[in-house]
Write a protein that binds this ligand. Structure first.
Ligand code: MN
Length: 250
């Protein structure tokens, strides 16, 4: 099982969740929302197997914490994974879009300077603007659009740009999510939970709930669950192989 976008540090009991992740052998990309949280999450996770940590600055926090962008750019050379970053154009956050754009530009430039990164990206109500930034920074690495909810035309553009997509329980449960999913090449799909923000089975989505996303993908792709697992495992292996080749310092 693979949870490629999870806020492991933000659960009520992160240590318990981590222990269960290790016990169930889930592969997790622990995204972070601020550079400081990246440091704390590194301490939390230590050398737990199968868990990787991404350095980020969440677009919803940019209005008040944009000054932390320099600190994040300083971390980029040290980590192969960047996220959560991106743009949010929904009404509570639209007012900070300009600041969000300048933060995203600075981080993508840092990714380019570092030789490319695997980047987990938020694009709610801002898919076109996110794609504009990705096209303006062609050497930033491999963008993984998390919980993509754009139009079919935006999806087409994202696929052409080489984006990957991480898919969570909310996305497979919604009509719009499924409408997009049938048009995404299966070899660009990964599973995620976005826990604890996404809710599933009456509580925060847990990393192992990606099993339910796998089941839903099996129905959508009309293939058996075992083949879905193999597909996702191969996708993940491909991305990790790529990430391992990226240069890092420190
Ligand atoms: Mn998230």
């Amino acid at each position: 099982m693979i949870d490629f976008h999870c806020h492991l540090d933000l659960y009520h009991s992160p240590r318990q969740v981590l222990a269960e992740v290790v016990r169930r052998q889930v592969y997790v990309l622990a995204v972070t929302t601020t550079p400081l949280a990246w440091e704390g999450t590194n301490r939390l996770i230590g050398d737990a197997p199968r868990v990787r940590i991404a350095a980020g600055l969440h677009p919803e926090l940019v209005a008040t914490r944009y000054m932390e962008v320099d600190r994040l750019c300083g971390l980029v050379p040290r980590t192969r994974y960047v996220g959560e970053i991106g743009l949010d154009g929904s009404s509570p956050h639209r007012h900070s879009l300009r600041k969000q754009q300048s933060v995203m530009q600075a981080v993508l430039k840092a990714c380019e300077r570092a030789g490319g990164r695997v980047i987990s990206i938020h694009s709610r109500r801002a898919a076109t603007l996110v794609l504009d930034e990705l096209e303006a920074h062609p050497d930033c690495g491999v963008p993984v659009l998390h919980w993509f909810s754009g139009t079919n035309a935006e999806l087409r553009r994202a696929i052409d740009r080489g984006c990957w997509f991480s898919v969570n329980p909310s996305m497979v449960a919604s009509k719009t999510g499924r409408r997009l999913l049938v048009n995404i090449p299966p070899e660009r799909v990964l599973t995620e939970t976005d826990g604890p923000f996404v809710h599933h089975n009456g509580g925060p989505a847990m990393p192992w709930h990606v099993a339910d996303v796998e089941t839903a993908l099996g129905h959508l792709w009309e293939i058996p669950a075992t083949v879905v697992s193999e597909r996702l495992r191969a996708n993940f292996a491909c991305l990790v192989r790529h990430a391992k080749q990226l240069p890092t310092v420190g």
